[in-house]
Design a protein around this ligand. Sequence first.
Ligand code: G3H
Ligand code: 13P
Ligand code: ZN
Length: 326
Amino acid sequence: MGDTVSYKDLGLVNSRELFRKAVDGGYAIPAYNFNNLEQLQAIIMACAETASPVIIQVSKGARSYANETMLRYMAMGAVAMAREMDSAIPVVLHLDHGDSFELCKSCIDSGFSSVMIDGSHLPYDENIALTRQVVEYAHAHDVTVEGELGVLAGIEDEVSAEKSTYTQPDEVEDFVKKTGVDSLAISIGTSHGAYKFKLKEGESVPPLRFDILEECQKRIPGFPIVLHGASSVIPEYVALINQYGGKMDGAVGVPEDQLRKAAASAVCKINIDSDGRLAVTAKVREYLATNPGEFDPRKYLGEARKELIRLVKHKNEAVLGSAGKA
Ligand code: G3H
Ligand code: 13P
Ligand code: ZN
């Protein structure tokens, strides 16, 4: 266990003001997952170059992969790097899918400015009790909290759900009131990972349940809503992966026009992990296959980083609308 440190001493901000502006302005703050140096560099460089506020987020698995002390200094370094680029963009360090009070507390104590407590798989009253407990500790440290109602389908390393359950709009107002959360993740048909929809030949991706989103918005007007599982699973990356020895048949994600529509609503945070993973894997596979004698990680990870910068800029400018809002 490292020393206790406040995110304010690391140059980070919580998400409160960012979300207020995003809801009012009809855009969404990008929340990119990272696990390593190249991913973090790419996210920060691209957000600094597009003058976009950013949430850099870490799952429980990513935190143990990267080491909690290392992460703190990486986040500090990210803020300093953006400043050196003459772009003092607001940076939030967020815990993605926190699964216990202890994990959330540990992240708050080690410099996170925002945490998610994901009690969505619990019975409603237990979700409220756990979320409330995290909110009390977090708000005492001026840290913002994301809760979740409704379950997303899809499997990630440590985030899994067999089946999805859409959010019930009738519950959102009561949940927000009783827990005191600062934002709410809802389930409207997205899912985690690269295989979001099982499509038969000739079928297209079904639309997200914007009717449920609207019903939720009516009950909690202006309240910040979060969309998980929002990667588009960009077909060009899947094709490159398959071309250079990978096997990702049937990978499909959320079309960009649906994300643009969501970003213009009360959805003020859009989570993207899989698209970044695909960009890195596609470029590493391509580079190694076409340069079989190369063994310097800077070469293939450098190519991956370049592609990730392109991807993040594209998301900020053409999908989320966060470019220029820092
Ligand atoms: O929503 C989950 C994120 O994509 C994190 O996945 O647990 O494999 O790091 P992970
Ligand atoms: P994707 O798997 O669609 O990128 O979703 C990421 C996510 O929701 C992280 O919490
Ligand atoms: Zn998620």
